[in-house]
Design a protein around this ligand. Structure first.
Ligand code: C2O
Length: 391
């Protein structure tokens, strides 16, 4: 049976290593939840397309940075009771990703709560859930600045052609020439600031032992290799998206520590690569921050605005994965396709939209990003470098 993931009803606090458990429950909807509809423009035609571009490109446009910062400043200024507030946007991630809610099951539009906790990482819900999370996050930001074309940027860390694409994006760092005060975050690894580039084989423990001293050139080759192994060779839905997650499955471990390599459930290749960028960005091996916050721990990760630009790239790579040409096809059929079972397609999530309505979304709704009114700028030149890389 498909998972019905809703923030209605039961919600508990989330334990952390040090200090009091965190409250990341969401406000109750003030109106009856509504069903998802694909976006259209006012006259019912196709929506205005939001184009998500690489951070290392858009950060050169002062007008884009100004709008992006303004959108986050306004989001951060909303009251705690408003589901669109930055606090509640963080809580969406913390609650669905750290077992604050229980799984629900049929019947009924939102199902009745079961006894099993909900965890949308480590399974096939990982990519669809984060896609729809970003979809609403982007719409809320655009709405707050009155710009229906506003699009999140993507942190193109898989790009080994551009010298700065893999660095922590400048527009999120202090001392940026345009006001970006709503985009900074103090809990980032000071040892990984530019000109350091993200190493997709990063391991914080090895680094602490002084065993990860690679040159940039070595990192770039290793990165191509990781992308090849975790994306190109992961042809089946299961190997790329992750394993099944259905009602009653326990995917949860209240003390999951990604930094320590624990992965309950079955993560796909995309999720595994994604974890590395989290760990590399957050504070790690810092006694004052035993939880590796912010980016290095799912509980805190969405407190850092970099989170959304990181996930924008993860979401883009899901689309890229579907287009990778394979030398071998089964009876002429494309092989890189999403799961087609009802357990997958009919899984449901709830999010709050830009009107503060709770919306019920299914995985079925999430699979074709072109119907969701956004697209990614073409960076196929750098994608092809790892797609065609054979270690
Ligand atoms: Cu829900 Cu990047 O994690």
């Amino acid at each position: 049976e498909p998972i019905l993931a809703s923030s209605l009803g039961f919600c508990k606090t989330v334990p952390v290593l040090r200090g009091a458990p965190l409250h990341c429950c969401l406000p109750a909807p003030t109106r009856k939840p509504i069903r998802f509809k694909f976006p259209t423009c006012a006259n019912g035609g196709p929506p205005v397309v939001r184009e998500r571009k690489p951070v290392h490109v858009v950060q050169n446009d002062p007008e884009y940075v100004r709008k992006y910062n303004l959108a986050y400043a306004r989001m951060k200024a909303l009251p705690d009771s408003d589901p669109r507030s930055f606090l509640n946007q963080w809580r969406v991630h913390c609650s669905f990703c750290n077992e604050a809610f229980k799984q629900r099951e049929l019947p009924g539009p939102l199902g009745k709560a079961t006894g099993v906790l909900l965890q949308i990482h480590y399974s096939w819900t990982f990519l669809p859930w984060h896609r729809m999370y970003l979809y609403y996050h982007e719409r809320i930001l655009g709405d707050l600045i009155g710009d229906p074309t506003f699009a999140l940027p993507f942190w193109n860390w898989d790009n080994q052609l551009d010298p700065i694409a893999g660095m922590m994006p400048f527009m999120f760092l202090p001392n940026f020439p345009v006001n970006n005060s709503a985009l900074t975050d103090v809990n980032r690894n000071p040892n990984h600031m530019p000109p350091k580039i993200l190493y997709l084989g990063y391991n914080g423990k090895l680094e602490a032992e002084g065993k990860q001293n690679l040159t940039d050139e070595q990192i770039r080759y290793e990165n191509l290799c990781v992308m090849y192994n975790q994306v190109v060779t992961k042809i089946s839905a299961r190997s790329f998206l992750g394993g099944p997650y259905v009602v009653g499955t326990n995917n949860t471990a209240a003390t999951v520590n990604v930094a320590a390599g624990e992965t309950p459930g079955e993560s796909g290749g995309m999720e595994i690569v994604h974890n590395v960028a989290h760990e590399w960005t957050g504070l790690i091996n810092n006694p004052a921050h035993p939880d590796n916050e912010d980016m290095g721990n799912f509980i805190y990760a969405a407190r850092d605005p970099i989170f959304y630009t990181h996930h924008s790239n993860v979401d883009r790579l899901w689309d890229v994965w579907k287009t990778i040409p394979d030398k071998v096809t089964i009876a002429g059929n494309r092989q890189r396709v999403d799961y087609t079972s009802s357990d997958f397609l009919d899984s449901e999530f709830t999010f709050f939209d830009e009107n503060q309505d709770m919306v019920i979304v299914t995985i079925r709704d999430s699979l074709d990003s072109s119907k969701l009114g956004y697209k990614y700028a073409d960076v196929s030149e750098s994608d092809n470098l790892w797609i065609n890389y054979e270690p």
